[in-house]
Design a protein around this ligand. Structure first.
Ligand SMILES: [Zn+2]
Length: 78
């Protein structure tokens, strides 16, 4: 039996996917995700979402352009 419930898993899912959960938490979350279809679907979705976000953000130069625009804005408004 797992000690964590779905709400706890979903709350910690991003920490877990970021690899920032400690070992004990990882094991609990993994065990729950293995056993719980709802959380497994959710984890799959989040993983795919993160992959898409990473590809999109890497493929475009928007963050750099945005930073340059912000720099201009900040120095211009002084
Ligand atoms: Zn669950």
């Amino acid at each position: 039996m797992s000690e964590v419930d779905c709400n706890v898993v979903l709350e910690r899912l991003w920490i877990f996917l970021d690899g920032e959960a400690d070992e004990a938490m990882c094991r609990e979350l993994e065990a729950h995700i293995e056993a719980c279809l709802h959380c497994r679907n959710h984890a799959d979705f989040e993983r795919r979402l993160r992959a898409v976000i990473q590809v999109k953000c890497r493929g475009e130069r928007a963050p750099l352009a945005l930073r340059a625009a912000l720099d201009r804005l900040l120095s211009g408004s002084q």
